[in-house]
Ligand binder design. Structure first.
Ligand code: SF4
Length: 303
């Protein structure tokens, strides 16, 4: 069985190299075009090429997000862009638009095509659909519960990637226009202002329902899945993904090295004991600036 992949985000070249040096098996980045989080994505083609060389030298991979939901004019230049990424030797692209997925396959690109979490894949028949379309990996929706992931992995259809750490999109897999309405920044074209994480005064007419000392937030906690890593390994999940392309180099180094330590420990000892779990949580807490929780892994609200 292949060792599970630890996949880290990076907003620039320096952070990407740090993530690799601190133990990421792969990093995901965005180019200047066709990517969500465009404000966090400042990789030029030359920088992507430099990173691929660096990653190859460190036995690591580079995944490039090409995951915007394109409108007509957004597709200009996509063919040349995909060909260039292929020539550079990126390992995979992460895609939301079916037209870009099929184009990459039609062009015969050597890189893998990973189906973005924005497709809200929550069951094995969705994964089978993508397998039939020739895709190489599915990033599951963050709304999956542990039992969903276990069943999907048991079907052994395609390699499965799951989120283990970072911000949650509080609207189902990013199907969200909060940012568009509040800031005129299009969340599905790289402009999300993370409006779900702001603090709000919750009003009913003139009456404030929220506690002024603890204002209401739609997304009050980030994901932290330290307790679930052993299960993911035993289920046969292919890749563990950390979210946060806008986070600092310090955050990345801390979070990546902590999960690296845990994964290596589990492979060495066959399981994770309380001591290593506590140690890893303590390490991660040094870098956290938001409260964390298990996301939806223990269940969805209302179920
Ligand atoms: S505002 Fe929040 S839920 Fe909406 S796309 Fe942005 S991060 Fe996701």
């Amino acid at each position: 069985m292949n060792k599970i992949e630890l996949l880290a985000p990076a907003g620039n070249l320096e952070k990407a190299k740090i993530a690799i040096l601190y133990g990421a098996d792969a990093v995901y980045i965005g180019g200047k075009q066709f990517s969500l989080r465009s404000r966090a994505s400042n990789f030029s083609i030359d920088e992507i090429a430099e990173l691929v060389k660096f990653a190859n030298a460190h036995n690591s991979h580079v995944h490039v997000t090409v995951n915007m939901l394109p409108h007509e004019s957004d597709l200009d230049g996509i063919e040349d862009y995909l060909k260039t990424l292929d020539l550079i030797g990126v390992h995979a692209i992460i895609v939301a638009s079916p037209s870009i997925m099929m184009l990459a396959k039609k062009l015969g690109c050597k890189f893998e095509v990973h189906v973005s979490t924005q497709h809200s894949s929550t069951n094995s028949s969705a994964v089978r659909f993508w397998e039939e379309k020739g895709m190489d990996r599915v990033v599951l929706a963050r709304e999956c519960q542990m039992e969903d992931i276990r069943s999907i992995c048991e079907e052994n259809i395609l390699p499965i990637e799951v989120f283990i750490h970072g911000g949650m999109c509080i609207s189902f897999s990013g199907r969200c226009v909060l940012s568009n309405h509040m800031t005129l920044r299009d969340a599905n074209r790289g402009g999300c202002a993370q409006s779900c994480r702001w603090k709000y005064h919750l009003m009913d007419g003139e009456t404030e329902l929220s506690d002024p000392t603890n204002l209401f937030s739609m997304s009050s906690k980030d994901l932290q899945a330290v307790d679930y890593i052993e299960d993911f390994i035993h289920m046969g999940v292919a890749s563990l993904k950390i979210e946060g392309r806008m986070k600092s180099a310090y955050y990345l180094a801390t979070v990546v090295s902590s999960y690296r330590m845990l994964i290596d420990y589990i492979y060495e000892h066959g399981h994770a004991d309380e001591k290593i779990i506590e140690r890893v949580k303590k390490e991660i807490a040094k870098a956290e600036n938001r409260p964390t929780g298990p996301g939806f892994y223990n269940g969805l609200p209302g179920y």
